[in-house]
Design a protein around this ligand. Structure first.
Ligand SMILES: [Fe+2]
Ligand SMILES: [Fe+2]
Length: 289
């Protein structure tokens, strides 16, 4: 099977909306039993999406995550500004339909425009604008399963609240005597900043932006795909006070990320001056990637 079973990266996000049709809702009851709606979801899911989760769950081991962090988090690949990075990401061509699907820039602008319409602070609008820029990892040859997908903790027991958690039994860490324990290589209450999550576009853009934006924004960037935590309540053993304080912000952001897609395509040229000014308020002209 292909390393890239999704037709486009957007297919993962479309699938999230099918799994979570209502903002804030979980797939599980309090007793760790999947709800009927979740059973229906797994029965109806497209084969490419299921295959995507299979390769994601096999590939994302603690060693893999550490290797990707070593490879990318030195930010030694290039220097470019935020708008430049948006245009760079926009070259990403997969099998999405150019007539009906939004370009990467349009998804970013649609998210940020909805945040702006609701009167949120400027840093929040900017967070919407940049949240998916980490998908440029795809342009550097990373397979889909190492760029998108719900993130989950590695180096500790795999949570059953991860979507298609049955595939995690195929992960090389699954039966490791340390990594299969509740705390794994971590301490209780150590905070998610000390926990390795599966590698993807969230962690990468967090590191790119971390010197420039407030902590609420950084939590939104870093955890926006961490559905097992923010939707399903998994990994509470690692939460600290900071994580608990950030959770409402991450959930607020999720409303815009997942539910703001509409058929109206934002006018990129018309919006550009507003966003260039917003970018300049927080970021220098060039940053490291
Ligand atoms: Fe994202
Ligand atoms: Fe997004």
């Amino acid at each position: 099977m292909s390393d890239n079973p999704l037709q486009s990266l957007d297919e993962w996000e479309e699938d999230l909306k099918a799994r979570y049709p209502v903002a804030g809702e979980s797939m599980f009851t309090d007793k760790d039993k999947p709800k009927d709606a979740f059973r229906n979801y797994t029965a109806d899911v497209r084969p490419g999406v299921k295959e995507f989760y299979r390769v994601n769950h096999i590939g994302q081991t603690l060693d893999f995550v550490k290797a990707k962090k070593a490879e990318y988090l030195g930010l030694n690949r290039m220097e470019m500004g935020i708008w430049e990075a948006m245009e760079y990401l926009n070259q990403l061509v997969d099998d999405s339909d150019p007539d009906t699907d939004l370009s990467q820039i349009q998804h970013l602008l649609q998210t940020s425009e909805r945040i702006r319409e609701e009167g949120h602070p400027r840093w929040f609008i900017l967070t919407g604008l940049i949240h998916d820029l980490g998908k440029i990892l795809c342009l550097w040859g990373e397979p889909q399963w190492a760029v998108v997908g719900d993130t989950f903790a590695v180096g500790c027991k795999h949570s059953e609240r991860v979507v298609f958690s049955e595939f995690l039994a195929l992960n090389a860490d699954h039966d490791d005597p340390v990594y299969s324990t509740e705390l794994g290589v971590y301490e209780r209450g150590c905070g998610f900043e000390n926990v390795h999550l599966s590698w993807g576009h969230d962690e990468y853009i967090y590191h790119v932006a971390k010197d420039y934006l407030p902590q609420e924004s950084l939590a939104m960037l870093r955890y926006h795909s961490f559905y097992p935590w923010h939707r399903e309540g998994a990994y509470r053993q690692f939460e600290n006070d900071h994580d608990r304080a950030m959770l409402p912000w991450v959930l607020k952001f999720n409303e815009f990320d997942l539910y703001s897609k509409s058929d109206t395509k934002p006018d990129v040229d018309a919006l550009r001056p507003f966003y260039e000014e917003l970018i300049a308020e927080f970021f220098p002209a060039k940053i490291r990637w």
